[in-house]
Design a protein around this ligand. Structure first.
Ligand SMILES: [Fe+2]
Length: 459
């Protein structure tokens, strides 16, 4: 029986298929652009190779668009048929079970299968990357870190991809709030491989959360030449650089990065879209005129109106539709989310409990009803994490909550929410300035002055 580059058995007689599959995995770990080419090569060499068919299904899901969801189901059926004919290892059968769960919208169920695989095969990089992804959207930093901690003892520096595992560990630590461990692991990974953009990005998050803007800019400037041949994740990393400049009030630089790097051309990849929409939203809060950029985003959002696969993405599509005044399309999005909320998968519950109200509030804000938005958002303040994404990404909703309270004149509530934000992002000039505004509204002039001093110190 053949094996992949980590030594895991693959049910195929084709050495070429096994080698192409290994190249696909290597590329996936390294954020390369040729992952699909290698997967196709594996299936050309062996059209019924179970792991290649299952992986094709996984990759379709990662796009979170309806037409590819159907193709994922087709891939699972093809894998099932192949396994019926030629058999498969227990690991491969568990992978098929994971794909089948994901096909039903049961991301938590799929994650359980990957965790089962990792208990027995801690070097299964596909299970590592996918569980990292689903924990990120479902369960947050604590679960990501626990998952990574379970496999780390099986990894050492001599094993291929050790650095990538360090990068995964770094981001898990960061989302769990252990910034020192995250920075150390991320920098160790980048030392091994400067092209390790996931590790680079984990350290960028540390700088973001700790408000170390200048260090963040220098870190990404130093490493950006390494990203030229990497996939669209490099756009998200450019977005992080823009986040530092935003905090420093360098809005022209933010717009240059928007136009030249992370939204240089319209994209249908949801991560690219979320970078762009969330940045325009933040820029508007700083009083920046973003020109026709919302309209360009709204055209893309219209193409994905009704996707309702990943609520995190839908909530960003709503930003563009609402900002560009496309009321009919915004209503269509609300209707599609309401329908999705009647479903059975994990995202159905997220849509029902958080996604729909957040989208309604987003629309209310764009229609000048800050008070209504505040009424909707304040009870959700500590539940926004259910949308998934990182602390840095979700901060756009923290800002939305704080700003809607300020704009509605609810200064006591705003004071509480901004006290929360300044505690978690202690060096955010934006946060301190808004906190000052809230304190002033509460009649606390001395507190407001102190908050403004903190803003100036952080800038
Ligand atoms: Fe990020």
């Amino acid at each position: 029986m053949a094996a992949d580059y980590q030594g895991l058995e693959l049910t195929t007689d084709s050495v070429a298929a096994a080698e192409a599959y290994s190249n696909c995995m290597r590329g996936y770990m390294g954020y390369q652009t040729d992952v699909g080419v290698h997967l196709k090569a594996a299936l050309t060499a062996d059209a019924e190779m179970p792991m290649a068919l299952i992986t094709r299904g996984y990759f379709f899901h990662l796009f979170s668009i309806p037409v590819l969801e159907k193709k994922a189901a087709d891939s699972a059926r093809a894998a099932q048929e192949a396994i019926t004919v030629r058999g498969a290892t227990q690991r491969e059968k568990w992978h098929l079970a994971a794909l089948q769960a994901w096909n039903l919208g049961d991301m938590a169920g799929a994650t359980d299968w990957w965790e089962q695989i990792l208990l027995h095969h801690p070097h299964d990089v596909m299970a590592i990357r996918l569980s990292h992804f689903t924990h990120f959207y479902l369960n947050g930093g604590g679960a990501m870190r626990q998952s990574t901690n379970r496999i780390l003892p099986a990894w050492d520096k001599d094993r291929p991809d050790y650095g990538f595992i360090l990068g995964i560990s770094a981001f898990s630590h960061e989302e769990a709030g252990d910034y020192a461990a995250a920075e150390a692991a991320g920098k160790a990974a980048v030392e091994i491989n400067p092209k390790d953009i996931w590790a680079t990005h984990a350290v960028a998050h540390v700088y973001e959360m700790q408000g170390r803007q200048d260090e963040g800019i220098a870190w990404l400037d130093g490493l950006s030449p390494q990203w030229a041949e990497l996939n669209n994740f490099r756009f998200h990393t450019w977005w992080h650089k823009a986040m530092y400049h935003l905090e420093k009030g360098q809005h022209d630089t933010v717009l240059d990065l928007y136009d030249g790097q992370f939204w240089a051309q319209p994209s249908d990849e949801y991560l690219d879209f979320t970078n762009a929409a969330a940045m325009l939203w933040r820029l508007n809060y700083q009083g920046v005129d973003v020109g026709q950029r919302w309209s360009v985003l709204a055209d893309v959002a219209e193409r994905h109106n009704g996707d309702a696969i990943l609520t995190f993405a839908d909530a960003h599509y709503m930003m563009a539709l609402a900002k560009d005044g496309r009321e009919e399309a915004a209503q269509t999005l609300l209707d599609s989310l309401a329908k999705a909320a009647q479903g059975t998968g994990d995202q159905a519950r997220v849509a029902a409990d958080v996604g729909l109200p957040v989208c309604r509030a987003t629309l209310a804000l764009c229609q000048g009803r800050a008070g209504e938005a505040a009424d909707i958002l304040l009870p959700l303040r500590d539940h926004i994490s259910r949308l998934g994404g990182s602390h840095a990404q979700r901060d756009v909703w923290a800002q939305m909550i704080c700003r809607s309270l300020l704009d509605a004149g609810r200064f006591q509530d705003a004071r509480g929410s901004l006290a929360q934000r300044t505690a978690t992002k202690t060096n955010s000039p934006i946060g301190w300035r808004w906190y000052a505004e809230a304190l002033e509204g509460c009649g606390d002039g001395a507190g407001a002055a102190a908050a403004r001093e903190n803003a100036n110190r952080a800038a």
